[in-house]
Design a protein around this ligand. Structure first.
Ligand code: ADP
Ligand code: MG
Ligand code: MG
Length: 882
C-alpha cells in the first residue's frame, strides 16, 4: 500500500490513515489556505513499525520521492549549505492526544547550514536559536535524554547574562549553548549529534512512531479509552518561522470560546517565538485580539480563515498558526475539544445559526458531558475566603489538599485523600498527577496551556494563569498577598469562575440539576439550561428506549420522576429487611416451627406494605417493578466472627450467651463458601415457605388500598435469579394464588430477571411463565465471566486493563461480545415465545452511555438506572436512535 501522501493528496475524512493532524492539514491545503507544503507518512507504516520493530521496506523510497518533490516546490534542498530546507517531523494520531506524543522542529540544520540560515535570514540569532531547539528536541525525543540537561544549560546562560528572558540571549550566547548541547549529546550517546539531515529525519520519524507507546501516551489512551493499536501518522512539514523577530510570532486560536461556547475571538499569541513556546508558558502570551494592533493584515486574514474553517467543519475549530515576517501560515486545525457547557451551547447555537439540525446537534453532546454539568457548584454564600481569581479553564468545583508534584498527588489519592495539584505550569509528564487530583491549579498559562487543554479533555476541574500566586515547588509553598499556604492545606477551586478559595467550600446543586428538579425554568435566562432543555427534549422525541429508575424509596422514586423516569425498573426489597426490622428477620430465620415463622412474617408484612404504599404512590400511573427478596439470608444476620467472639467472651466469663449462641448456630448453619452462588433469589422463595407470599401480599394489598383511593398503582412482580423455567412456574403459581386471594380483579404482571447464562439460553422456555424480562447485567456479567464483582475490581482488574484484555471494566460498560451475546440470545428466544414480551435492563449498565447504545440495538424496551443517571440515559437513548 501507499505509505506516504502529499498534503495535497489527502482530505479530512482520511483520519484513520493520515491521523487527525495530517488529514486536516490536507483539508486546509485543498481549501487553498496557506499551509507550508509537506507530506504525511501513514499510520499503517507506524503499525508495521510497532509490530516488527523496523520501518517497512518501501518507506525509504517513498519518502525519497516526496522529499524530492518538496525540495522542488520549495526551491531549496535539505542540508543545502547556503539556504537549507528545514522541516518539522510531527506526530498525529487518528484520535487527538494533545501533547502526548512527540514532534521535532528544525530538522535539517547542522554545523554548516546553520550559517547559511543565518546569512539567508540576515538574523544569526534566529539561526542559532533554531539549531539549539533542534538539538534540544532531538536529544529529548530521539535520543531519550533528560530534558533538564538542556533547560539547565539555558538557565545557566541566562543567569550568566543576568536575565530572565530568553530573548536577551544573543547569537553568540546561543552558539555557546549549542556547543554545550552538542557536548551533552556526545556524553549521553557516545556519538556526535547527527549532521546528515536525512539521518536526522529518519531517526525522528522512528522516534515519533515509538512515541505511540510512551508511558504517558499509554496512560492517556487508557484514561480516554482509546484503542492501543491505532498507531500514529507522521507529518513532514516544511518549517515556517515565528522566531525571526518581532514581526513574527506564533499562536493558537479557537473559533469560539472553548470553555463557554460563546462566539468571539479566543486564543493566545506570542511574538518572536516558535512552536511550543505558546503552550509551554515560557513567556507570557498576549490575547489573540492584540494581534490586530501588532499585525492587522495577518489578523484580518486569520479571522477570515477562521470563519472559513468554521463554515467548512460546521463546528468549533482550534488552530495553530505562525506569522513569519508578516506572512500568515496555518499549521494545524481540528474540531476542537470543549467543555461540557460549551458543547451544549455550541450545539444549540449552531441550530440557531442554521448550520446543523437538531439531530446533528444531539449527536454532538454526550451523556458524560451532561453528567458533568450535574456536578454540584460552590455555594456562593459560603465561599468567603477568596485567595485569587484567575482563568476558569475547565469547569467544576474541586476541594482538596495542596500537593505540588504529580507523584505526591498519586500517593495521596492512593491513601484516599482529595488533592489539588498546584504547579507553575503542567507538562505532559504530569498526566498521572492530573488524573489522581480533584483539580489542577497553575500560576502560568492561559486557556490554551497544557493544563487547560488536558483538563478539559478529561473533564477535570482546572484554574490556570493564577499569576498572583507565587508557587515555590521546591519549598512547598504558595505565597499570595503575603499569606503563605503550605502543602497539605485545603483549598477549593472553581473551574467556571476561576476563583480560588482557602479551605473547603460547601457545594450546592448546579443549575442543570435545578432544572431537572423543576426549580429552575428553562426560560429563566440561564443559557446553558436552555440548551440542555432543548437537546434533552429532542432526545425524548426521538428515542425508542424507555427510561426507568432503580429506586427503593419514595424519595428516590419522586426525584427520579422529576428527572424524567417513566417508572421503576428495579425496586430492591432487601433494604426493607434492615434496620429495626432486623429482629423480625432474625426470628424468621431462627423459626423452628411454622407458627414461629408465620408470626415473624406477620410482623414484616405491614412494614413492607407501608413501603410499597409510598413507592407506588410516588410513581402513580407508572410501572413499578418490584423484585422479591434476592440476597442470601445470612446477610441479614450479624457476622459469624462477631458472634463467635461474643459467645466465647460470655462463656469465658461464665455467663450464658443466650440468643447469641442460637444466632451463631444459625449463622454457621447458613454459612456458604460462595454465597453469591448459594441460597438466594428464587431459591429462597422456593425453600422458605411463606416468604414470597408475604411480600406479594404486601404488594397486592398496597395496590388495592391505593386503587380504592382512586389512584393508579402499577406494580410488576419480578422474581430474581431464575435459571430454569420450572423454578419460575412454581414461584409464579404461588404468586398468582396470593394475588387472587388479595385482589382477584387486579392484573399484576409477573416477570423474571435474566441474570444467569442458563436463563438467557433457555429464555424461550422461561418466557412461557414470564410477562416480562429484565436483564440483570451485574449478575449476568459476574456469572458469565466468573468474576466476583466485590473482589476482582480491586484486585486484578488494573492488570487486565494494562494488558489490554479489556479497555474498560465489564461491570462498567457491557461486554458486547460475551455478556451482550447472551442478552441478544435472551431477547431473541424470549420474543420467539412471546413476541410482545416486555424487555428491560436493570443494573449499573442501564446508566452507561455505551451500554445504552447496545441495549437500543439489541431491541430492549427500556433501561433502568439510578435517579441521577436518568437525564444521561434519556440523552443517550436519544443519541442511540439517531
Ligand atoms: P502537538 O500535536 O503537540 O501540538 P505539533 O506537531 O502540532 O505537536 O507541533 C508542535 C509545535 O510546533 C506546534 O506549536 C506547531 O505549531 C509547531 N510546528 C510544527 N510544525 C511546524 C512547522 N513546520 N513550522 C513552524 N512551526 C511548526
Ligand atoms: Mg499541535
Ligand atoms: Mg442479581
Amino acid at each position: 500500500p501507499k505509505l506516504v501522501y502529499d498534503f495535497a493528496e489527502g482530505n479530512k475524512d482520511m483520519k484513520q490513515l493520515l491521523g487527525g493532524k495530517g488529514a486536516n492539514l490536507a483539508e486546509m491545503t485543498n481549501l487553498g489556505l496557506p499551509v507550508p507544503p509537506g507530506f504525511t507518512i501513514t499510520a499503517d507504516a507506524c503499525r508495521a513499525y510497532l509490530e516488527s520493530g523496523t520501518v517497512p521496506a518501501d518507506l525509504a523510497d517513498e519518502i525519497d520521492k516526496h522529499v524530492a518533490l518538496l525540495q522542488e516546490k520549495m526551491g531549496k534542498k535539505l542540508g543545502q549549505a547556503d539556504d537549507p530546507l528545514l522541516v518539522s517531523v510531527r506526530s498525529g494520531a487518528a484520535v487527538s492526544m494533545p501533547g502526548m506524543m512527540e514532534t521535532v522542529l528544525n530538522v535539517g540544520l547542522n554545523d554548516d547550514s546553520v550559517n547559511g540560515l543565518a546569512h539567508q535570514s540576515g538574523n544569526p540569532r534566529f539561526a542559532w536559536d533554531a539549531y539549539r531547539r533542534l538539538i534540544q528536541m532531538f536529544g529529548k525525543t530521539v535520543l531519550g535524554m533528560d530534558g533538564d540537561v538542556f533547560e539547565d544549560a539555558i538557565e545557566a546562560a541566562k543567569q550568566a547574562k543576568g536575565t530572565q528572558n530568553d530573548l536577551d540571549l544573543d547569537a553568540d550566547d546561543l552558539k555557546a549553548v549549542v556547543e554545550t548541547f552538542k557536548q551533552a549529546v556526545h556524553e549521553h550517546t557516545g556519538r556526535e549529534f547527527p549532521q546528515d539531515p536525512r539521518t536526522q529525519m529518519d531517526l525522528a520519524i522512528e522516534a515519533v512512531f515509538g512515541s505511540w507507546n510512551s508511558d504517558r501516551a499509554i496512560l492517556y489512551r487508557r484514561q480516554e479509552r482509546i484503542a492501543a493499536d491505532l498507531g500514529t501518522a507522521v507529518n513532514i512539514c516544511s518549517m515556517v518561522f515565528g522566531n525571526l523577530g518581532m514581526d513574527s510570532g506564533t499562536g493558537v486560536a479557537f473559533t469560539r470560546d472553548p470553555s463557554t461556547g460563546h462566539p468571539g475571538v479566543y486564543g493566545d499569541y506570542l511574538q518572536n517565538a516558535q512552536g511550543e513556546d505558546v503552550v509551554a508558558g515560557i513567556r507570557n502570551t498576549v490575547p489573540l485580539a492584540d494581534l490586530e494592533q501588532i499585525d492587522k493584515t495577518s489578523y484580518d486574514e486569520l479571522m477570515a480563515i477562521m470563519a472559513t474553517l468554521e463554515g467548512h467543519y460546521r463546528d468549533l475549530c482550534d488552530i495553530e498558526f505562525t506569522v513569519e515576517r508578516g506572512k500568515l501560515w496555518m499549521l494545524q486545525t481540528r474540531v476542537g475539544k470543549r467543555t461540557a457547557a460549551a458543547a451544549f451551547r455550541i450545539a444549540t447555537s449552531l441550530i440557531d445559526e442554521g448550520v446543523i439540525d437538531a439531530d446533528e446537534a444531539l449527536g454532538r453532546v454526550k451523556g458524560a458531558q451532561l453528567a458533568q454539568l450535574m456536578f454540584p457548584r460552590f455555594d456562593a454564600d459560603a465561599a468567603t475566603d477568596l485567595i485569587t481569581k484567575a482563568i476558569g479553564a475547565s469547569p467544576g468545583a474541586a476541594s482538596g489538599k495542596i500537593v505540588f508534584t504529580s507523584d505526591a498527588a498519586v500517593e495521596a489519592a492512593e491513601r484516599g485523600e482529595k488533592v489539588i495539584l498546584v504547579r507553575r505550569e503542567t507538562n505532559p509528564d504530569d498526566l498521572h498527577g492530573m488524573i489522581a487530583a480533584q483539580g489542577v491549579l497553575t500560576s502560568r498559562g492561559g486557556k490554551t496551556s497544557h493544563a487547560a487543554v488536558v483538563a478539559r479533555g478529561m473533564g477535570k476541574t482546572c484554574v490556570c494563569g493564577a499569576e498572583e500566586l507565587d508557587v515555590n515547588v521546591a519549598q512547598g509553598t504558595i505565597t499570595v498577598h503575603g499569606t503563605v499556604l503550605e502543602a497539605g492545606e485545603v483549598i477549593s477551586i472553581d473551574g467556571t469562575t476561576g476563583e480560588v478559595f482557602r479551605g473547603e467550600v460547601p457545594v450546592v446543586p448546579s443549575p442543570v440539576v435545578q432544572y431537572f428538579e423543576g426549580t429552575l425554568a428553562p426560560e429563566a435566562g440561564d443559557e446553558l439550561v436552555a440548551s440542555v432543555h432543548r437537546l434533552i427534549t429532542h432526545a425524548d422525541e426521538v428515542r425508542r428506549l424507555g427510561v426507568r429508575t432503580n429506586a427503593d424509596t419514595g424519595e428516590d422514586a419522586a426525584r427520579a420522576r422529576r428527572f424524567g423516569a417513566q417508572g421503576i425498573g428495579l425496586c430492591r426489597t432487601e433494604h426493607m429487611f434492615l434496620g429495626e426490622r432486623r429482629e423480625s428477620v432474625e426470628r424468621l430465620i431462627l423459626a423452628d416451627t411454622d407458627e414461629e415463622r408465620d408470626a415473624a412474617l406477620a410482623e414484616l408484612e405491614p412494614l413492607q406494605r407501608a413501603d410499597f404504599l409510598e413507592l407506588l404512590g410516588a410513581m402513580d400511573g407508572l410501572p413499578v417493578t418490584i423484585r422479591l427478596i434476592d440476597p442470601p439470608l445470612h446477610e441479614f444476620l450479624p457476622s459469624m466472627e462477631e458472634l463467635a467472639v461474643k459467645v466465647a467472651v460470655a462463656r469465658e466469663r461464665g455467663e450464658d450467651p443466650g440468643r447469641d449462641a442460637t444466632l451463631l448456630a444459625a449463622v454457621q448453619r447458613l454459612h456458604e463458601q460462595n454465597p453469591m452462588l448459594g441460597l438466594r433469589g428464587v431459591r429462597l422463595g422456593l425453600v422458605i415457605p411463606g416468604l414470597f407470599a408475604m411480600q406479594v401480599r404486601a404488594i397486592a394489598s398496597a395496590a388495592k388500598e391505593l386503587g380504592a383511593k382512586g389512584k393508579d398503582p402499577r406494580p410488576e412482580i419480578m422474581i430474581p435469579l431464575v435459571g430454569a423455567a420450572q423454578e419460575l412456574h412454581i414461584a409464579r403459581d404461588e404468586v398468582e394464588r396470593v394475588l387472587a386471594e388479595v385482589d382477584p380483579g387486579r392484573v399484576i404482571p409477573i416477570g423474571t430477571m435474566i441474570e444467569l447464562p442458563r436463563a438467557a439460553v433457555t429464555a424461550d422456555q422461561i418466557a412461557e411463565a414470564a410477562d416480562f424480562f429484565s436483564f440483570g447485567t451485574n449478575d449476568l456479567t459476574q456469572m458469565t465471566w466468573g468474576f466476583s464483582r466485590d473482589d476482582v475490581e480491586s484486585s486484578f482488574f488494573s492488570k487486565y486493563l494494562e494488558k489490554g484484555i479489556f479497555a474498560v471494566s465489564p461491570f462498567e460498560s457491557i461486554d458486547r461480545e460475551g455478556v451482550g451475546a447472551l442478552v441478544r440470545t435472551g431477547v431473541d428466544r424470549g420474543r420467539a415465545t412471546k413476541p410482545d414480551l416486555k424487555l428491560g435492563v436493570c443494573g449499573e449498565h442501564g446508566g452507561d452511555p455505551d451500554s445504552i447504545h447496545f441495549f437500543h440495538e439489541a431491541g430492549l424496551d427500556y433501561v433502568s438506572c439510578s435517579p441521577f443517571r436518568i437525564p444521561v440515559a434519556r440523552l443517550e437513548a436519544g443519541r442511540a436512535a439517531l
